[in-house]
Structure formats: structure tokens, C-alpha cells
Design a binder for this molecule. Structure first.
Ligand code: SF4
Ligand code: SF4
Length: 153
């Protein structure tokens, strides 16, 4: 019998590099400045984006060389799944790692990113550049943003 399950339902550890990379919806939300409560470890997202994030395409402007410009940039990989708690709840990697499925607006399901943008799940045209705003905690506190619910399926 042929297995007709989509590839994203298999364990993350079993995915090829190409499958792993294709899970990223391109929302850009992992490139936002965040605040973490020292006591509760709760993560708060802001609308202040990394200086290298393109606010329209939601892509990094210098992805191959990004660590030269942003040394603390993170790449989600199978080796650091335990860091996914500070990725947005809508993140495909986080969803699958937590046993959830991909949402109905995910590009792998719809074939493109239009539904994701229409659902307000990406940062497109909604963020500010950290170089213009600043990244000090007292500034970021005033920029905490409540992004659409992760489970808007
Ligand atoms: S939050 Fe997750 S799905 Fe969205 S761009 Fe970042 S890695 Fe990709
Ligand atoms: S360097 Fe690029 S990938 Fe890293 S946080 Fe900034 S925009 Fe995102």
C-alpha cells in the first residue's frame, strides 16, 4: 500500500534537508525583537524587526552572510528544537514539534504565500526597523504586538 500522508506528518528527524527547509512559511516573525519575562519565561513579540528584514517580502536581505551582520541570528534546525519555544506559536516547525498540524493558510497547502499574508500571519508591512526605533528593553516594552492567533486555521 502506498503511504499518501504528506511528508510533514512524519517525524521531523526523518525529513530531508529540502523537506525541512520547505516547512518554513516565510512569515518573518522569528526576525522580530522579543522580550522574555525573567520570572515566567513568557515570550512577548514586538513589531520591531531585525535591521536586515525586508518588510514586504518578509525575507532576510543578506541571508547567506547574515551572521556577519547579526551574530545572534538563529537558524532553526533539528539540533535546536528545544529553542522553538521562543519562535511564534504559528511557526510551522514549532507547530509540528508540538504535535499540531500545518494551518490551512500554510504555503505547502495553498501553493503560495497569499493566504498567509491575507490571514495576517506574516509581518508584511506591519513592522518597524530596529535601526529606526531602537532595541532597548524600555523601548521594546512599548512595541509589544499581539499577532493573530496561532491556530487561525
Ligand atoms: S517563524 Fe518559523 S515559519 Fe515563520 S519565518 Fe520563522 S522559521 Fe519560518
Ligand atoms: S539576520 Fe536575517 S534571518 Fe537573522 S533575524 Fe535578521 S532578518 Fe532574520
Amino acid at each position: 500500500m502506498t503511504d499518501t500522508k504528506p511528508f510533514w506528518r512524519k517525524p521531523l528527524q526523518d525529513m530531508s534537508e529540502q523537506e525541512w527547509e520547505s516547512l518554513c512559511d516565510g512569515c518573518g516573525k522569528c526576525c522580530l525583537n522579543k522580550l522574555i519575562d525573567d520570572d515566567t519565561e513568557e515570550v512577548y513579540f514586538t513589531n520591531v524587526a531585525c535591521k536586515l528584514l525586508n518588510h514586504k517580502s518578509c525575507q532576510c536581505k543578506k541571508y547567506p552572510q547574515r551572521f556577519k551582520y547579526v551574530p545572534d541570528c538563529h537558524k532553526v534546525s533539528i539540533e535546536n528544537l528545544d529553542e522553538l519555544y521562543w519562535f511564534p506559536p504559528s511557526c510551522a516547525y514549532r507547530r509540528l514539534h508540538e504535535g499540531r498540524d500545518l494551518p490551512s493558510w500554510h504555503p505547502l497547502i495553498t501553493g503560495n504565500q497569499s493566504a498567509m499574508h491575507a490571514a495576517g500571519m506574516s509581518i508584511r508591512n506591519k513592522v518597524l526597523n530596529e535601526d529606526d526605533v531602537g532595541t532597548e528593553s524600555d523601548i521594546l516594552i512599548g512595541c509589544i504586538a499581539h499577532w493573530p492567533a496561532a491556530d487561525l486555521d
